[in-house]
Each structure stands twice: as structure tokens, then as C-alpha cells.
Ligand binder design. Structure first.
Ligand code: NAD
Length: 258
């Protein structure tokens, strides 16, 4: 085992701990991703908001409001990593894998075309792009990768075997990748595991299940996108160098997976 000198990056201005850094957030047109982009911009980062081209105006509006750059791109595209690298010629300091989808159905009735896209967007694309961007040196030393799991990836959830498998995969990926990314690239890899958060994704959930999600939270409310965003921004901070391979639940002590 070789020991190297720890080189903590000093923060010049605690009002803008990410000043001079570049952050890319996937799925940033709306919901949790837009909130993450907003908090990272508040913390001083230059932000790139990536989302599928179909989000068009919504993505442009979110990016404009934050003084960020919009990158319309499907993260499952074969050349997604190359196109991200081309969009950030000076490299990246913070990479937030937030894009995610659900295609709920009980396992007995789950056709392949509801299984595959969920695994592809939520897990496979995270693995592909992370591997390629680390190998290409696009993510700087001292960089931060934050992925988005879910308490469904810890506890499972009725009708969400595909989604739960993808999010459990994220937890495994983060744990497996973290030591290697730190040793080879000086980059940390962590994940947030949100509970029920009030977004367009959960607005599509039947009312009773939505209410259950709110009431299983010890704060007696649905979580807010900014709750997840602040935890992501904490992982992204220069001072969080020693936090690696961790999964932090942002769920108000949700009973699911307690
Ligand atoms: N809302 C919750 O309760 C909750 C709970 C746990 C985890 N999460 C996770 O948090 C993340 C954000 O969820 P949200 O609630 O904001 O959802 P949302 O549906 O409001 O937003 C998701 C965003 O991802 C984008 N996206 C989807 N597929 C994409 C692709 N192939 N390429 C690029 N962008 C793509 C969508 O266009 C959308 O803008 C997801 O990974 C989700 O699984 C959400």
C-alpha cells in the first residue's frame, strides 16, 4: 500500500464553494435535476443542464434562468460520453447522474419493453458514461461523481421491480467504483437515495400511494427536490474529499427500507 500526501482543495470563498468548477447534471430540465443544477449554480459552479431533446423549451428555460448551458442529449445514446466530453473541452469537476424513469408494472406482467429502458436510463447509461468519462480524463482530479439511487433500491417497492433493480444497481455501482475511482483518478463517487419527493415523476403515482409516501416520512410531508439537491451539493463540495462510496438517504426517515 502506497501512501500519498493528502491535498485538500482550499475553498477561497465559502459563499461560492464551487467557484471555478464545472458541473454537469443529467435530467436537469425539471424536478430534482433542475433543483440540483440551481443549487450547484448558487454554489458558484458553471453548470451544464443535460436532458433529452424532447424537453426543448423546458430545458432551455431552466438553463437560462440559472445562467447555465443546455445540452439536449439522450443519456442512453451510444455516443453520449463523447458528446458530453465535446461539450466540456476543459473537463468536468462535478458529474451528477440524475436522469431517471419509471415504467411500473407488477413483475408477473412486466414485458421486456418496460424492463429494458428503465435499466438502460437509470443504470447502464450511468456505468457507460462514467467509465468513458473517467477513462478519457474528462473528470478532473478532485472531481465528484454523484449518482441518484432511491429508497426503492434499498427496500424494493411493489410494482417497481425494474426500477428497484436499477437503483439497487446504482448502490452496488457506487460502492464498487468508489475505491477504484479514488485510487486511479482522485475522484469520489457517492449516491443520494431519495424517498418520496414531490415532482412530475411522483405526480403520476395514484393519490393513495402518494399520500402513503408523504405519511411514511417522519416530517409528515413529501420531500422537496431541494432536499436532494442540497445533499448532492454537499457531496460535490471540495471539502467532502473524504466522503467516498456512500449512499445517503434523503427520505425523512421513510418507513420504506427502514
Ligand atoms: N421523485 C421521487 O420521489 C424520487 C425518489 C427516488 C429517486 N428519484 C430519482 O431522482 C431522479 C429525478 O427524478 P424526478 O422525480 O425529478 O423525475 P422527473 O421525471 O421529474 O425528471 C427526470 C428528468 O430526467 C430526464 N430524463 C429521462 N430520461 C432521460 C434520458 N434518457 N436522457 C436524459 N435525460 C433523461 C427527464 O426528461 C426529466 O427531465 C431520478 O433518477 C429518479 O429515479 C426520484
Amino acid at each position: 500500500i502506497e501512501l500519498t500526501a493528502a491535498a485538500p482543495a482550499p475553498v477561497a470563498d465559502w459563499a461560492a464553494p464551487l467557484a471555478g468548477r464545472t458541473a454537469l447534471v443529467t435530467g436537469a430540465a425539471r424536478g430534482i435535476g433542475a433543483s440540483v443544477a440551481s443549487v450547484l449554480a448558487r454554489d458558484g459552479a458553471r453548470v451544464i443542464c443535460l436532458d433529452v431533446p424532447q424537453t426543448g423549451d423546458e430545458l432551455a428555460r431552466t438553463a437560462d434562468t440559472l445562467g447555465a448551458t443546455a445540452l439536449p442529449l439522450d443519456i442512453t445514446a451510444d455516443d453520449a460520453a463523447q458528446r458530453i466530453a465535446a461539450a466540456v473541452p476543459d473537463g468536468l469537476d462535478v458529474l451528477v447522474h440524475n436522469a431517471g424513469i419509471t415504467r411500473d408494472r407488477r413483475l408477473a406482467n412486466m414485458p421486456a419493453d418496460r424492463w429494458a429502458p428503465v435499466l438502460d436510463v437509470n443504470l447502464d447509461s450511468v456505468l457507460r458514461t462514467t467509465d468513458a468519462l473517467l477513462a478519457a480524463g474528462t473528470v478532473h482530479r478532485g472531481g465528484r461523481i454523484v449518482a441518484t439511487a432511491s429508497i426503492a433500491g434499498i427496500a424494493g417497492n411493489n410494482g417497481q421491480t425494474n426500477y428497484a433493480a436499477s437503483k439497487a444497481g446504482i448502490i452496488g455501482l457506487v460502492r464498487a467504483l468508489a475505491p477504484r475511482a479514488a485510487a486511479d483518478h482522485g475522484v469520489t463517487v457517492n449516491a443520494v437515495a431519495p424517498g418520496f419527493i414531490e415532482t412530475k415523476m411522483t405526480a403520476a403515482v395514484p393519490l393513495l400511494i402518494r399520500e402513503a409516501g408523504r405519511r411514511m416520512n417522519s416530517l409528515g410531508q413529501g420531500g422537496l427536490p431541494v432536499d436532494v439537491a442540497e445533499t448532492t451539493a454537499w457531496f460535490a463540495q471540495p471539502a467532502s474529499t473524504a466522503v467516498n462510496g456512500q449512499v445517503v438517504r434523503v427520505c425523512g426517515q421513510s418507513l420504506l427500507g427502514a
